[in-house]
Design a protein around this ligand. Structure first.
Ligand SMILES: Cc1cc2nc3c(=O)[nH]c(=O)nc-3n(C[C@H](O)[C@H](O)[C@H](O)COP(=O)(O)O)c2cc1C
Length: 192
């Protein structure tokens, strides 16, 4: 399969404080990206004081403002080669695992799958890190809180992992690696 050099990366951010800072840092290093925010993400970015970091990425930002998720038509136009959802909340993961498409981000994921565009989903706070059953998550104003993934959240990640055109990553390092590998693959298949 060949990719057009005009195709872009779609990056969706959901309302997760955990790994929001780090996801914005990766976004700043990338070109040819459009960013999509869930309604909660738009609030959380302001709550954490990260609006300037998002603005600094200089990417075009689409907000969740319409009932039918109008920006998903960009997927029908073949504008994107890949969808990244990072960070992904437990809420969005649950909805995607059960096939819901009732918000901008869940619609992007559904339409990516239906148009056979691969998605990389960063399930950042549902999987134990370092073998521990608890994780440390960033709260507003630089506070760190300990959270315990619930079985239902772990089950939803496992359910999502077997959906076609979906790659789940469970650590920031794996997210970085998966995005780099995918971009290298896309560029190697683009016509000169
Ligand atoms: C300060 C703050 C931090 C949050 N961090 C997380 C988080 O790390 N992970 C998560 O799953 N939900 C988190 N939430 C809850 C989500 O924002 C909430 O479930 C929201 O409905 C998710 O909507 P979305 O999935 O459409 O973005 C946080 C909420 C607040 C107010």
């Amino acid at each position: 399969m060949f990719y057009s050099d005009k195709q872009r990366l779609a990056w969706a951010i959901t309302g997760s404080g955990h790994y929001l800072r780090e996801s914005l840092a990766i976004l700043k290093t990338l070109d040819n990206v459009d960013v999509f925010l869930s309604k909660a993400a738009a609030e959380i970015i302001k709550q954490y004081g990260f609006q300037a970091q998002l603005d600094e990425t200089k990417h075009k930002v689409y907000q969740d403002k319409t009932a039918s998720s109008v920006p998903v038509e960009l997927f029908y136009e073949g504008k994107y080669h890949t969808l990244v959802i990072a960070p992904a909340t437990s809420n969005t993961i649950a909805k995607m695992a059960y096939g819901f498409s009732d918000s901008l981000v869940t619609n992007l994921y559904a339409q990516a799958g239906k148009t056979r565009v691969p998605s990389i989903v960063f399930a950042c706070d549902t999987v134990p890190e370092s073998g521990e059953l608890s994780i440390f998550s960033e709260a507003p104003r630089d506070n760190i809180v300990k959270v315990y993934p619930r079985k239902i959240d772990l089950d939803n990640v496992a359910k999502l992992a077997v959906v076609e055109y979906t790659k789940i990553v469970e650590s920031f390092q794996d997210l970085h690696q998966a995005v780099s590998t995918r971009l290298a693959d896309v560029h190697s298949r683009s016509p000169e």
